[in-house]
Write a protein that binds this ligand. Structure first.
Ligand code: IMP
Length: 183
């Protein structure tokens, strides 16, 4: 059985995703022209988005990654964020653009922004591919958002359920029977 058999609905097809990422890249290139931004991708979910976004940026920029522990194998935010891998460099005085896959409750991002702000970057902004509508539990100021989506659980394009489905090239919901109890 293929991965796609577990897909219920394709919310964002591959071409639509890629077109939007090219647009975001253009905006970022214009707004960060000559600032040499440091893109900070949040692993694992944002690895694909970070790499496509980088290729859509036409001005000099740098990239680094942080890894945070997310949901484990369930589908709900615990609000507890652990940094599993930190940045390789100081961000003091740098123009930092945090690249996130999806903002759900906003708790992960809120924690990361506080943490990074403490390291005194020159500027700190967020580029999130997806934002779930109407369910953020903390006020967030997101400079770039790819798509607003309904508050359903989604997979694909880097996003997983129980570490699966990251390799789908689109954003999709899963059939109910695809959810197995994380025993
Ligand atoms: P938040 O702290 O509730 O905003 O959740 C943020 C993190 O949870 C994201 O960076 C994802 O790793 C994960 N996450 C949230 N919603 C989804 C989803 O629909 N599918 C897959 N992962 C998700």
């Amino acid at each position: 059985m293929g991965l796609a058999d577990d897909v219920d609905e394709i919310l964002i097809p591959e071409e639509v995703l890629q077109d939007r990422i090219r647009e975001l890249g253009k905006r970022i290139s214009a707004e960060y022209n000559s600032k040499e931004p440091l893109l900070v991708g949040i692993l694992t979910g944002a690895f694909m988005f970070t790499s496509d976004l980088l290729r859509a940026i036409s001005v000099p920029c740098h990239v680094d990654f942080m890894a945070t522990a997310s949901y484990g194998s369930g589908t709900e935010s615990s609000g507890i964020v652990r940094i599993l891998k930190d940045l390789n460099q100081s961000i003091e005085g740098r123009h930092v653009l945090l690249v996130e896959d999806i903002v759900d409750s906003g708790l992960t991002l809120n924690y990361l922004l506080k943490n990074l702000r403490g390291r005194r970057p020159a500027t700190l902004e967020v580029c999130a591919l997806l934002q779930k509508k109407g369910i953020q539990r903390v006020p967030l100021d997101l400079r770039y958002v790819g798509f607003e989506i309904p508050p359903d659980f989604v997979v694909g394009y880097g996003l997983d359920y129980a570490e699966k489905f990251r390799n789908l090239p689109y954003i999709a919901t899963l059939k109910p029977e695809a959810y197995t109890d994380p025993a």
